[in-house]
Design a protein around this ligand. Structure first.
Ligand code: BGC
Length: 747
């Protein structure tokens, strides 16, 4: 009997424990978050809201802090940044596992355009207009980073940028909200993969919220002053798209917006992001931006800074320690409730659960996986393709390009032709144990491409900066011996990026003078321009027969450039930022208003909206880029001339490859709303298709226009489509409009 009872008890226990496990499994993440939260002291809660820099590489003033380890052990830290590699992240996570509640750390890193494998800088990659390719490089970056201990990238940067003096234009997608939104979406999807919780997914972070790209005068960290209409119509759409793609986190920004620092901006973070948009993730401050509100003159001290930031919805404090030092006192002083802190903590814990860190804090710290992921040859292949897709052919007089592989002698000249690390661009990651020269230089790319029958000659010619022309003679000498010259010039990789604003965006030093001397030899010169922003290079644009804008292309730069130079890849990229003729034209963007006195050409300046001493047109416009082949646009068809708000308008156009080479074309659709209660831009990109056509082939491209594409924010900031006439433009660039049509939106 006793035995029987014991068996019964055992069975009961087994059953209970099974039910218990099943219930626990069924428990939603938010219930799990609540149960952890219940166990936390106020000190531990505040700990989750802190993020510190690890002991190396920083983008801002570093706080020397010998007690970091102790703090982690005490559960006083939620996240580290700039800590990479399985060994290092594992070591820190081990310390976190010694804390009372064993809450795992998040490891955040600026994986902006690749981790070990470096891809083109985002602005360059955006010029591919290839959303699948963009998702793919983000996917690869996430695969590598997540295998190396990282679970959170501070990307994508989705700031619209219309001022190339601002060094950070290199991190984003350019000037256009429609394209910017598509690319933001693609990048978030790439970083986060199918779902957070997959071993190869990292959390994305849409930054910098908001309007950072409009820093006055293009000076980094500067103020932003803009209308609500501009904010909603131009600067917010990529953020909304990132949110729609499921971005787990947002980062706020250094700038003030209309006098209120973004970090302490309730309108941005509470009303828009967490209110109207119902964002469920968390917001991290930018580096030290909470305490920088003191410098802004918006708060008196760190205590007030912490109050302002937490009240406005900044959940995590990157490096400033304002939260660590003041939140408890703020609660004590009844300036904030614990509920405000709880909300921030819950958002962070939620993501830690979603990532699976509570199940396995070391899930991103597998040395074998790290080794495999960082040495995957497929990633190199993807980098080469992405790089080729980002190269913009700006000029190709008399079809100088592509070059023949049978050329006897090529003179390879310029300070960037043999450069290695320069190709990485700003925001590369120094991965422990990885040779940071893991890069195919342009020189090597040419060598790889060409057989023994071609001789490559080399001369540096000059430096990137400075006035020294001592190397000119040698460069001219080898040019004279060659059949063609490839000249590689541009910026140093640290001339565009954070805190790299420039008032003079010419090609630096004497590089264009070197070009002049080379052209004087009468030899054909192909110019490669390496840069992180649109530069001003009128001499080159006027005189060089062929120009490729190569940005900074990453690991496979040299191979990709060689692919394009010799026609193994037919360039298809198109600019996503207008290239000015002079700094005086800035800000310059295609989707401007018409004004009451529009200027339509450069010959007439009388009392119209133009410069007396400068063109009204950019040097190279938004959407511009050539191919080795040519495309003809015919047969524009509009399904109807009138449409009601609930109807769709079908548009089709036939594109024919009329040239000798197979190639890709980016067909762009622009609209103009002719009359609006708020003035509408002269044209707005509303759709595009990238298509591949063999030589001689034709394809019909279809577009659909519905209410969404016809809507804008009216004076009350309502998203409305107003009845009236629209002009539709189909083009190969924003200026090269090939076909036009009209339709009317009726009630
Ligand atoms: C930048 C951010 C970056 C952060 C961490 C800041 O200075 O503005 O974009 O994510 O540093 O490196």
């Amino acid at each position: 009997m006793l035995k029987k009872n014991r068996v019964m008890v055992c069975l009961l226990l087994l059953w209970t424990s099974q039910v218990f496990t099943a219930t626990a499994q069924r428990k939603s993440i938010s219930q799990k978050v609540d149960s952890v939260l219940k166990l936390m002291t106020l000190d531990e809660k505040i700990g989750q809201l802190n993020q510190y820099n690890d002991d190396w590489k920083a983008t801002g003033p570093v706080t020397l802090d010998n007690t970091k380890r102790e703090q982690v052990k005490n559960g006083q830290l939620g996240s580290l940044l700039n800590c990479v590699g399985t060994a290092r992240t594992r070591a820190w996570q081990n310390i976190a596992m010694q804390s009372r509640l064993k809450i795992p750390l998040l490891f955040g890193q600026d994986v902006i355009h690749g981790y070990k494998t470096t891809f083109p800088i985002p602005l360059g990659e955006a010029c591919s207009w290839d959303l699948d390719a963009i998702t793919l490089t983000a996917r690869v970056a996430a695969t590598e980073a997540s295998a190396s201990g990282i679970n959170w990238t501070f990307a994508p940067m989705v700031d619209i940028a219309r001022d190339p003096r601002w060094g950070r234009v290199m991190e984003g997608a350019g000037e256009d909200p429609y394209l910017g939104a598509k690319i933001a979406y693609a990048r978030v999807k790439g970083f986060q993969g199918n779902q957070l919780g997959d071993t190869n997914a990292v959390m994305a972070c849409a930054k910098h919220f908001a309007a950072y790209g409009a820093a006055i005068g293009g000076r980094d960290y500067n103020s932003v002053d803009m209308s609500d209409r501009m904010l909603w119509e131009v600067y917010l759409p990529p953020f909304k798209a990132a949110l729609d793609a499921g971005a787990a986190t947002f980062m706020n920004s250094f700038n003030d917006l209309n006098g209120v620092p973004a970090t302490g901006n309730k309108y941005l973070q509470r009303d828009i992001l967490k209110g109207k948009w119902n964002f469920k993730g968390f917001v991290v401050s930018d580096w030290g931006s909470i305490s920088e509100m003191i410098n802004h003159g918006n708060v008196k001290n760190q205590y007030e800074a912490a109050l302002s930031a937490i009240t406005a919805g900044s959940d995590m404090d990157m490096e400033s320690r304002c939260y660590k030092n003041n939140l408890a006192q703020l609660v004590k002083d009844k300036k904030i409730t614990v509920a405000v802190i709880d909300d921030a903590v819950k958002r962070i814990l939620q993501k830690k659960f979603e990532l699976g860190l509570f199940d396995d804090p070391f899930k991103f710290c597998n040395a074998d996986r790290e080794k495999t992921a960082l040495n995957d040859p497929e990633h190199t292949k993807i980098a080469r393709e992405a790089a080729a897709k980002s190269i913009v052919l700006l000029k190709n007089q008399n079809n100088l390009l592509p070059l023949s592989k049978n050329i006897k002698t090529i003179a390879c000249i310029g300070p960037l032709i043999k450069a290695v690390k320069q190709n990485k661009g700003f925001w590369d990651v120094e991965v422990p144990g990885v040779d940071s020269n893991f890069i195919v230089s342009q020189w090597e790319g040419l060598q790889n491409k060409l057989g023994a029958t071609t001789t490559l000659l080399y001369a540096k010619g000059c430096d990137i900066e400075g006035n020294n022309k001592d190397g000119f003679a040698e460069a001219v000498d080898i040019a004279k011996q060659a059949d063609v010259v490839v000249l590689s010039i541009g910026e140093r990789r640290d001339m565009s990026g954070e805190a790299k604003s420039r008032s003079n965006i010419n090609i630096p030093g004497v590089q264009e003078e070197l070009l002049k001397e080379l052209l004087a030899t009468g030899k054909p010169v192909v110019v490669l321009i390496n840069a992180g922003r649109p530069l001003v290079f009128n001499y080159t644009a006027d005189n060089a027969p062929a120009i490729l804008y190569t940005w900074w292309l990453g690991s496979e730069a040299g191979n990709a450039i060689a692919d394009v130079l010799f026609g193994d890849y037919n360039p298809a990229a198109k600019l996503t930022m207008s290239f000015p003729r002079s700094v005086g034209q800035i800000p310059i963007y295609y989707s401007h208003f018409n004004t009451g006195r529009p200027a339509t050409n450069d010959n007439y300046h009388n009392y119209n909206s133009s410069y007396n001493d400068e063109s009204i047109f950019p040097r190279f416009e938004f959407g511009y880029g050539l191919s080795y082949t040519s495309f003809q646009y015919t047969d524009l068809q509009l399904g109807k001339r009138q449409l009601k708000p609930n109807e769709q308008l079908d548009v089709s156009v036939t594109i024919t490859n009329t040239g000798k080479y197979d190639g890709e074309e980016i067909v762009q659709l622009y609209l103009r709303d002719k009359v609006g209660s708020i003035v509408r831009p002269v044209q707005e990109l509303k759709d595009f298709k990238k298509i591949r056509l063999n030589s001689g082939e034709s394809k019909t491209v279809q577009f659909t226009i519905g209410k969404e594409k016809l809507s804008f924010y009216n004076q009350q900031l309502q998203w409305v489509a107003e009845p009236g006439d629209f002009e539709l433009m189909i083009g190969a660039s924003s200026r090269d409009i090939r076909l036009k049509g009209n339709f009317e939106l009726v009630k």
